[in-house]
Design a protein around this ligand. Structure first.
Ligand code: DGP
Length: 116
């Protein structure tokens, strides 16, 4: 998978439309095309990072920003008090299907545990 072929890089570049709920210089958050909960937002870095295994020391601020922004979006979506879940799948066994890291923000229903 090259950056040219990467679906989420195409969203970053504007080549594919998405329902964007937040963006800044380092990340974009948009609604999942196949939502698994009433609120299902994906937060992605603008930088192409294929999997969580590819995070490096220099990504610490970016990784923190993904979580902080997820919490702010959850609050904006009215999820903070009832609760919500954030998930990052890494590689095939976890179910990662798009190889550009993304934090799933899911809320608006009661979640089961453990996840499938
Ligand atoms: P994962 O399985 O963790 O790699 O999650 C990938 C998610 O990406 C999945 O929930 C569906 C979502 N997705 C795939 N293609 C698109 C797309 O073109 N637009 C949007 N908004 N979401 C997409």
């Amino acid at each position: 998978m090259t950056e040219q072929d990467c679906l989420f890089c195409k969203i970053v570049n504007g080549d594919i439309n998405a329902d964007i709920v937040f963006e800044n210089d380092s990340l974009i958050a948009f609604r999942d095309i196949n939502p698994k909960a009433p609120t299902h937002v994906l937060l992605i870095p603008r930088e192409h990072i294929a999997t969580m295994n590819d995070l490096e020391d220099g990504h610490d601020t970016l990784a923190g920003e993904l979580f902080l922004t997820a919490a702010r979006i959850a609050a904006d979506e009215g999820l903070a008090d009832d609760g919500y879940r954030v998930v990052m799948n890494c590689n095939a066994a976890a179910g990662q299907s798009v190889f550009h890291i993304h934090l799933h923000l899911l809320g608006g229903r009661t979640m089961g545990w453990p996840p499938g």
